[in-house]
Every structure is written in C-alpha cells, then in structure tokens.
Design a protein around this ligand. Structure first.
Ligand SMILES: Nc1ncnc2c1ncn2[C@@H]1O[C@H](COP(=O)(O)OP(=O)(O)OP(=O)(O)O)[C@@H](O)[C@H]1O
Length: 355
C-alpha cells in the first residue's frame, strides 16, 4: 500500500494515435495529492503525449481522464484547456519576455477579481523567494529564478494537478541539482499531485515518489525507485536504472551455469532459456583463493570516476567479448593485468525471459 490517498488525476485506458503511429497504448495511471510521479523512457515513447492529453492540448481519442472525480476528457466530451484545474510548466519555461515577473505569474488569471489576483501573485512571489524581482523582466533573471517564475505561473490558478515537461533540462549541470531540489521542495510543500516527464532515469529516481517507465507508448512498470532498481519487470527496465552484466543461459537440472557462477532456479523447467543479469555495482572482487567458487578474472582496464571506479574484467578462456564490468568505490586500486576473482550474491541476480 502506498502512503498516498485516492488519486487526484486518473487516466484510464488512454490510447492515442498520430496518424498510424500509436503514441499511447492503453495507459492507465493515477497520481495522488502530495505525490510526485515521474514518467521516464526513451525519446518518442509517448511521455509528453500523456501530459498534453491531461492539459487538453491534445484531444482524447480513447479512454478517460478525470481530475478530482470530475471527467475532463473522453472521446465524446472535452473541457477546454483553460477550464481544466491543471498547471503546466515546460522545458524552456515559456515566459513572456515583454511581461514582468509579476505579470507572468498573473497571466492566465484574468477571470479572477484584480485584488484576489494581486494577492495570489504576492503570495507566490513570497513562496518562491522572488518578491524582490516582481518588476524585473525574465531576461534579467538567472535560469533558476526563471524556473521558479514558471513554476509560480503554473501554480497561480491553484491547480489540482501540476504537469512538468522536462523541467530541468534547459539548466546547466551545476544549476540543475540545486534548482531541482528547490522546485521539488516547493511542489511537495504545495501538496499538488504532480506528474514530471524526464528522459533522465537518475532524475526520475531522485524526485519521484513513484516512477512510471514507458516504452513504445506502454507503461512497462510503475513503482517506487527502490522497487524499480531491485525488482525490474524486464531487462529494459533493469538497464534503464544502471549498468548490468548480462548472459544468456539454459536451465539444466534446476540450475543455471553462467560465467559468474552456478545459480539455483528450482522454479524453472530444464531447457528454459533465460537472460541472467546483475548490476555492475553488485559484483564483488576478491584476491584469488579467498572466495571459494568465485570466477577467476583478469583486470583489463579501470576508469577512476571519483565516487566510483568502473573496472573491465576479462573472463577466462574468452575472447575479446568475454568480459564483465564491476563498479567499486572510487578509492580502490586495481591494475591492468591483475588476477582476481569475481562473485555475485545469488540474491542480486536478476532473471528475465531470453530475448
Ligand atoms: N503532433 C504530432 N504529430 C505526429 N506525430 C507526433 C506528434 N507529436 C508526437 N508525435 C510522435 O509520437 C511519439 C510520441 O511523442 P511524445 O512527444 O509523446 O514522446 P516523448 O516520449 O515525450 O519524447 P521526447 O522525450 O523526445 O520528448 C513520437 O514518435 C513522436 O514523433
């Protein structure tokens, strides 16, 4: 069970075509108040299409979208975008250059009495730490400040749902982490159900209470970051969240024999072809003779990456391609040519149907 209450936004059976191309394939998903859900997947898998359907920029062809129990869109009926309780923030912030910060935040609230609008703008300027910049124009602000203006504008109409499409990708690496932390903190404090699209799995893990993995228009897995990392539903999801060593093997007498050892698979029939995978950070290296049954390996090369060291290991009797990788803490000292042994805990081995 999740710690979150009934979902605010619910997508049920959403299928969407552009011409003959199916961009969304029977997608069902709910996001609860206070929940930040990240949608991640390769370019073109349909992430932005889902946001555009919720915001009303795209017409629903099949399925329904409800927010707070109210139906926003079905193939027969569609609330116009400006009537939806939805705030949207785009990758490039899309601020109006000719409007001040306050003007940008007030934009789109014209249906409110002036006093109420001004009060809400002042509130958001304060919340976002932008009070000093109310009369400034967007081009005079830093990327992080512009980001906060865009967020304030998205939140100005008190939406029940926030939609963020690649919100941090326009920021440089240095700024991204701090802006991301700050923006997510503000969103969590607001309690608004939030959907974030990102192509960066690490970012999705960092900010999502739940992460939805999409591939070719379909949801492959929707889970907490920890579950996705430890129990990926297929090889694609496993590889999305980190580098893995992979081997194909056939079950014989309840066991799989791989270059990294022999693993019991009592539940699988003899003859079943499987993909055996393990994360490179789950590889353990030890001097020869220290771990009985461990596989002898020879260090081909190692790359010091600061926090970690990535090591390429040649397997015995193998050719050029018979290699595995390991990730160890950055301070380990291994030399090319060194003979070691490698082992992986059976609990960390992942099995998938062979491709
Ligand atoms: N207006 C459109 N007309 C035709 N095809 C479109 C249109 N919008 C999107 N597509 C196609 O639909 C698919 C899904 O697009 P979408 O923008 O949802 O993907 P995405 O996962 O957000 O990709 P990216 O990470 O590259 O932004 C892509 O193959 C895209 O080329």
């Amino acid at each position: 069970m999740t710690e979150f209450s009934a979902p605010t936004v619910v997508l049920s059976g959403i299928t969407h075509h552009y011409g003959r191309h199916r961009a969304a394939d029977n997608v069902s998903l709910g996001v609860s108040p206070r929940e930040v859900v990240c949608i991640v997947g390769p370019s073109g898998c349909g992430k932005s299409t889902l946001l555009r359907l919720i915001s009303g920029l795209e017409t629903v062809q099949a399925g329904t979208i409800t927010v707070g129990g109210v139906t926003l869109a079905t193939p027969e009926r569609s609330l116009p975008p400006e009537k939806r309780p939805v705030g949207m923030m785009f990758q490039d912030f899309a601020l109006f250059p000719h409007l001040t910060v306050a003007g940008n935040i007030a934009f789109g609230q014209t249906d409110r009495p002036r006093a109420e609008r001004n009060r809400r703008v002042a509130e958001l300027l304060e919340l976002m730490g932008l009070a000093r910049y109310a009369d400034a124009y967007p081009h005079t602000l830093s990327g992080g400040q512009q980001q906060r203006v865009a967020l304030a504008r998205a939140m100005a109409r008190d939406p029940q749902v926030l939609l963020l499409d690649e919100p941090f990708s326009a920021l440089d690496e240095q700024l991204r982490r701090s802006v991301r932390e700050e923006v997510v903190r503000l969103i969590r404090a607001s309690g608004i159900a939030t959907l974030v699209v990102t192509h960066d799995p690490a970012e999705a893990m960092e900010i999502g209470n739940r992460v939805v993995v999409m591939e070719a228009g379909r949801i492959v897995q929707a889970d907490t970051p920890l579950e996705l990392y430890r129990n990926p539903s297929n090889s694609f999801v496993a590889r999305l969240f980190g580098e893995v060593n992979r081997f194909e093997a056939t079950v014989r007498d309840g066991h799989l024999t791989t270059p990294l050892g022999r693993f019991a698979t009592p539940a699988l029939e003899s003859g079943t072809r499987v993909e055996v995978a393990c994360r490179i950070e789950d590889m353990e290296l030890a001097p020869i003779g220290q771990r009985p049954g461990a596989m002898p390996v020879r260090v081909r090369h190692s790359s010091f990456l600061g926090a970690s060291t990535r090591i390429c290991l040649g397997l015995p009797g193998g050719g050029e391609n018979a290699e595995v990788h390991a990730r160890l803490p950055g301070h380990v000292d291994v030399k090319p040519g060194e003979e070691l042994t490698a082992v992986v805990d059976a609990k960390r081995v992942m099995l998938f149907p062979a491709a």
